[in-house]
Design a protein around this ligand. Sequence first.
Ligand code: AHM
Ligand code: MG
Length: 337
Amino acid sequence: MKRITLTQYLVEQQRKKQAVSAEVRLLIETVARACKAIGHTVGKGALGGVLGSLGTENVQGEIQKKLDVLSNEILLEANEWGGHLAAMASEEMETIHRIPNRYPKGEYLLLFDPLDGSSNIDVNVSIGTIFSVLHAPHHASGREVDEQDFLQAGAQQVAAGYAVYGPQSTLVLTVGTGVVGFTLDREMGSWILTSESITIPEQTAEFAINMSNMRHWEAPVKRYIDECLAGKEGPLGKDYNMRWIASMVSDVHRILTRGGIFMYPRDKRSSGKNGKLRLMYEANPMSFIVEQAGGAAVDGAHRILDTQPGALHQRIGVILGSKAEVERVQRYHQEAS
Ligand code: AHM
Ligand code: MG
């Protein structure tokens, strides 16, 4: 079997389809290299002294794990000097990180959740990295990039992807020409193409939601999950299964592999009224990937990728996966409003 590496795949996208510029190609390769390093660090576990908390809080008041901070540093260092970026933003940093003056600057912006699923680190369950690439809008004018430049709707993304550090390390990627998946060859240290065209089945009988929040849900979400739980005898006419890994990367990866619907909806709590997941680092990149795979992604009544962000660390309700199911939940929201 001919093995296609990430580099070969990207060169092909650049040559044949003009889907990526040389800069984006290098940028994705750099992110993928950083993910390899993060995966390696994650794999050391207790032996590498990387487990546990740091005792510090990030900008959203969440306790930072050692691996949150290490992964953030790995991504910053890997991407600083390549010359393809104007600035970066991360779930773990209060404000944007401009490329220091000692390095050349490029015309792209990189956003990431360096280590998604932090609550699973210490219990040895799959975690991952999520990233999103945008154009820096005013690069040509030569002024300094600011936070405002990052506030673009998800539909503007140039590329998005995620890595899962699990039994295998996998990298899933879109540059707007469908979704592809790579598996890390740990002996050779290279990402090898293992899924040429990932598509999500339209129908599903599997849902993923944190059921412990049920009493806080808004009516349309409650309605849908009640119908799922009613099984064959209910209005949906089939028995549903449930999964909740609590690492968005892994939950979304399962949906890309065998279909399903993932929900982290906003809810009635004061802390939940805007949702839990972050628009720029989690919802947008995953929605781009899911749509490119033939699925759908909404915040309730509206498409996530059309959301105009108002702040870098903004949160949003997330409902994504198999198209028919997501559209049903979207309809329930529209009917209720
Ligand atoms: P994190 O980026 O701090 O790890 O938080 C995001 C994670 C998602 O990966 C996952 O879907 C969700 O939080 C799980 O939340 P909960 O523990 O409430 O089920
Ligand atoms: Mg996260």
